[in-house]
Design a protein around this ligand. Structure first.
Ligand code: ADP
Ligand code: MG
Length: 462
């Protein structure tokens, strides 16, 4: 842990003074690591968990560089939702209190256009906004980014989750190549690695709170005497640990279907994923699982191959994998992104030799654990956090994520924080919303307009 004070940085005295008055004495770790390269004008990718102080890291960087006398848009900060954009604007204004006449403008969807155009005509130094609305202003030519020197992507992982990748790339195209680009994210999925290669210039990579050692996955083994006990063991562990997203691996298609059916009969929400599904059912299952509308996915290894899901809370080996490498690959899907993962494996007497091979690989003894007490079966299965809505229109109808967020969050809509992943295919769009606001979200979407048109909306249930 570094203990560094802001005074050691090349920040102007107005900013330093104000930091003192805000009681920001020590830098947080991500600030201590990212501010020196940011102030040196470098492109930076910084990964750190929520609450690590990322906002001040980029805000101090862009405020230090800002020329207040030059009344042009010099910084653009893209955020996934209006709520987050408002938080960022508030923090920037707080940090900028020592600088007079600085103008920070927030541009987000879900509010009328007119007043935003008016504010833009008055000018601003810093724009904080959501990709959809910024793109709309660019299209209407009410916003000009020719003078941007700092571009920030805040909560980049969440923006990509919400389907904003095309909008972001379009916006970036309209900023000067000479800009400094800063990317902040809590996780670093492959999609971010891909886009960062062409939007950042020789970035410095900073990561705080990495926890990628083997200890992030706890492996438990259970000795099972027959198939009936296998199913009970699965239910017991699901009810005991209540994982928010888990994959149950089976070795055959038939078993996948049987396990999923049985779990659903028992009140769990489980999706089956195997090679016999048609493309649409398969896509829909993956979308629902990835957006947290379903807690359990039962799958064969082959079907799960394309599964790009970060951060499963648990993996179950309903049957041991035939191969030790497959075992390691299966359990490697949990415990990512610094969170603690659990892997539960069931084995029977006939698997003893596989257990010995695993002991060699894991370099430890494997001991059978006791299953939770049978009384755990009385508990209620966990409900998914989110519910998926399907809109019968997609890319072909030019529907974009911003249109959907806008339609959901406008007047008496739901808040941006309640919107989850958005995925748009040629003819459909899927959006996850938090369970408690599904009614409101459904009625907002089905009565509202997307690109000036009404679309049929369905709640997707298992
Ligand atoms: P993140 O974006 O990484 O989730 P934030 O930038 O929202 O985190 O910061 C979390 C909280 O910590 C905010 O309330 C912010 O005001 C506060 N904070 C940030 N940096 C400091 C600091 N150096 N000293 C004290 N408080 C800080
Ligand atoms: Mg933040």
């Amino acid at each position: 842990m570094c203990q560094l004070s802001f005074n050691q940085l090349a920040l102007n005295s107005a900013l330093l003074h104000n930091l003192q008055s805000l009681n920001y004495t020590q830098m947080t770790e991500i600030q201590a690591q990212s501010l020196p390269p940011i102030l040196a004008g470098k492109d930076v990718i910084a990964q750190g968990k929520t609450g690590s102080g990322k906002t001040a890291a980029f805000a101090l960087g862009l405020l230090q560089k800002l020329n207040v006398k030059r009344f042009r848009i010099q910084s653009l900060i893209l955020c996934p939702t209006r709520e987050l954009a408002d938080q960022v604007s508030t923090e920037i204004r707080r940090l900028a209190r020592g600088i007079h006449n600085i103008k920070v403008l927030t541009l987000c969807g879900g509010v009328p256009f007119g007043p935003q155009i008016g504010s833009l005509e008055h000018g601003a130094h810093i724009i904080v906004g959501t990709p959809g609305r910024i793109q709309d202003h660019l299209r209407k030519q009410t916003l000009n980014l020719d003078n941007v020197t700092t571009l920030v992507l805040d909560e980049a992982d969440r923006m990509l989750d919400m389907g904003f990748v095309d909008a972001i790339e379009d916006i970036i195209e309209q900023t000067p190549k000479s800009r400094q680009t800063l990317l902040f994210s809590a996780t670093f999925p492959s999609q971010i690695q891909n886009i960062s290669q062409h939007i950042l210039n020789e970035p410095i990579f900073i990561k705080v709170d990495a926890m990628h050692d083997n200890n992030t996955i706890s492996q438990y083994f259970y000795k099972i005497s027959n198939n009936e006990q296998r199913m009970i063991a699965l239910r017991l562990l699901l009810l005991q640990y209540q994982p928010t997203s888990s994959v149950v691996f089976c070795n055959t298609k038939r078993e996948v279907q049987e396990v999923a059916d049985e779990l659903n009969n028992r009140g769990f929400s489980a999706l089956a994923l195997h090679g016999d599904l048609d493309q649409k059912d398969r896509d829909q299952a993956l979308i629902r699982f990835a957006n947290h509308s379903c807690c359990i996915l039962v799958a064969t290894d082959v079907a799960a191959r394309g599964l790009d899901i970060e951060n499963l809370s648990a993996v179950f080996n309903y049957n041991l994998a035939h191969d030790q490498e497959v075992h390691v690959h299966r359990i490697g899907r949990t415990g990512r992104a610094g969170s603690k993962g659990m892997a539960f494996s069931f084995y029977s007497t006939k698997d003893e030799h596989r257990i010995h091979l695993l002991e060699d690989i894991l370099e430890r003894n494997i001991q059978a654990q006791d299953l939770p007490d049978a009384s755990v079966l009385e508990r209620q299965p966990l409900q998914s956090l989110m519910i998926t809505l399907r809109i019968e229109g997609g890319k072909k109808q030019k529907i974009r994520p911003g249109d959907i967020v806008g339609a959901l969050t406008g007047d008496d809509g739901i808040s941006g924080d309640e919107v989850g992943k958005i995925q748009i295919s040629p003819n459909w769009a899927y959006v996850a919303v938090q369970r408690q606001c599904i009614k409101k979200a459904f009625s907002k979407l089905s009565t509202g307009l997307l690109k000036g048109r009404k679309y049929r909306v369905m709640v997707v249930r298992g």
